[in-house]
Write a protein that binds this ligand. Structure first.
Ligand code: SF4
Length: 459
């Protein structure tokens, strides 16, 4: 006879967990009227994309108007000096994003930390990794036509334009995207946009191995909807294209853009045509902190899902002091999933661009974070911590072939050729390097890099 287990004999109990669920922070749109400069702004104005663009903060004067007495002299000095001596991106922040900052603690605020970096936050001895470079992923080296990066066998990245509604301090495309800063003169596309786009379409038509196109920038939220629709519609006419992803941080930075009738109508026609052709079209966004997911973002996302977009996925960037603890990441993931209706998808390592060291994590730290966030969310929603290895591409964080934790060099292999290695017989046998921030290394590792910079240590 089967043994009857009494309720009192069952051993499983809800246990105390390192991360507590459900989320405690209420999901509400923060009240923008708490800011001196926006105390009379109506809901209608706030929800207007035009108002958001016209009132975006472009410099310290704009910031002072918004924050009033909340903007202290020391914060002004920090940002001013950073813009003069370190910044690779100029200031551009829509009100929607400012509204997710804590104006009572700007110094400690995670969103401020990556959108308005302070000079003193950059690492003083190692603001740069010695091998940091503009265009650290060598995307322009792999342009098949201007702005079309062909790095993987079956997928390409189309950089449609070089502007965004917001400029992020850590932007990996700092080489090309945004305005010049005191430190960085940006490169510019040579050809007229329409000519470049036609050339991209021509390349995709004649290369049947390509099935997947990331339509990016910059940010497609800065592309007039008629032009975006024109391009995506031409893509949908190409038989070999099976997947299209529209990349926009603006979905979070200025969700008002996606709530405009004209934009919604254009996106809806894109979704309908994709459905009729059996092509998956999705939106990829870029949210780095839970507070940035607000009810307006959710409204914009639900609109896209209702139109028939396959999914809205998040590709965040792991940044020290912004989201570099398991709690930060899990809170962001659950907020995306439960409230934003956005799929947590990737967390990238911050790329090895100039002046990004203070934000970057080591491979060891990132691997630990991947470990610490496992098991809380459904498998399909558990994001992969990803290292974009120059000349290789995306790799899960544990996939390195070897890791010298003293010098902070991880070695990676790959199983396909990028477009610039077509004739290179050694491309698949070589090991490719990725570098940890020097200040995270033990003293002998830091010493190695000092000697290497002085020319007294070999690579
Ligand atoms: S939105 Fe993306 S492309 Fe634009 S500045 Fe930010 S990270 Fe760079």
């Amino acid at each position: 006879m089967a043994k009857v287990v009494k309720q009192t004999e069952l051993k499983a109990r809800p246990a105390e967990q390192p991360f507590k669920y459900p989320l405690e922070r209420p999901f509400v749109e923060p009240d923008w009227r708490r800011f001196a400069g926006w105390k009379d702004v109506t809901t209608e104005q706030w929800e207007s994309a035009l108002w958001q663009r016209q009132n975006s903060v472009k410099n310290l004067k704009d910031l002072a108007k918004v924050l009033g007495p909340r903007l202290s002299e020391d914060v002004v000095k920090e940002i001013e000096r950073d813009q003069a001596e370190r910044a690779t991106m100029s200031i551009l922040i829509p009100p929607q994003m400012i509204n997710t900052m804590d104006e009572t603690d700007l110094r400690g605020d995670p969103v401020r930390r990556y959108m308005l970096p302070f000079f003193s936050e950059r690492h003083q001895e190692w603001p740069n990794h010695p091998l940091a470079s503009r265009d650290s992923l060598h995307e322009s080296d792999m342009w098949a036509v201007e702005g079309l990066t062909h790095r993987y066998p079956t997928k390409v990245l189309a950089e449609m334009l070089a502007t965004c509604p917001q400029y992020c301090g850590h932007c990996t495309r700092m080489d090309l995207v945004g305005n010049n800063t005191a430190q960085v003169t940006k490169h510019a596309f040579g050809a007229q946009p329409e000519k470049r786009w036609e050339a991209m379409l021509g390349y995709l038509r004649s290369n049947k191995t390509i099935r997947d196109v990331v339509v990016s920038g910059g940010d497609v939220a800065n592309l007039p909807i008629a032009k975006l629709e024109w391009f995506v519609s031409r893509l949908l006419d190409i038989e070999n294209i099976r997947d299209i992803r529209l990349a926009t941080k603006g979905l979070m930075g200025i969700p008002q853009h996606f709530l405009q009738d004209e934009v919604r109508a254009g996106l809806s026609r894109i979704a309908k045509k994709a459905w009729e052709r059996g092509v998956d079209v999705a939106v990829h966004t870029h949210v780095n902190h839970a507070r940035q997911v607000t009810p307006l973002v959710r409204r914009a996302v639900l609109g896209l899902l209702e139109m028939g977009f396959r999914d809205v996925r998040n590709q965040g960037v792991m940044l020290r002091g912004v989201n570099s603890t398991p709690k930060d990441l899990l809170e962001l993931c659950f907020t995306l999933l439960d409230h934003g209706k956005i799929m947590p998808y990737y967390f990238y390592m911050c790329d090895i661009i100039p002046n990004s060291e203070h934000w970057r994590l080591s491979v060891r730290e990132a691997k630990q974070l991947q470990h610490d966030i496992m098991g809380y969310m459904p498998g399909f929603a558990t994001p992969r911590v990803t290292c974009d290895v120059p000349f290789v591409g995306k790799r899960w964080i544990h996939q390195f072939a070897e890791y010298d934790t003293v010098k902070g060099v991880s070695y990676w292999t790959k199983n396909y050729r990028t477009s610039i290695e077509a004739g290179d017989p050694e491309a698949l046998n070589r090991r490719y390097e990725y570098y940890d921030p020097v200040y995270t290394l033990p003293p002998e590792g830091q010493e190695y890099w000092r000697r290497r910079m002085a020319g007294t240590a070999k690579a």
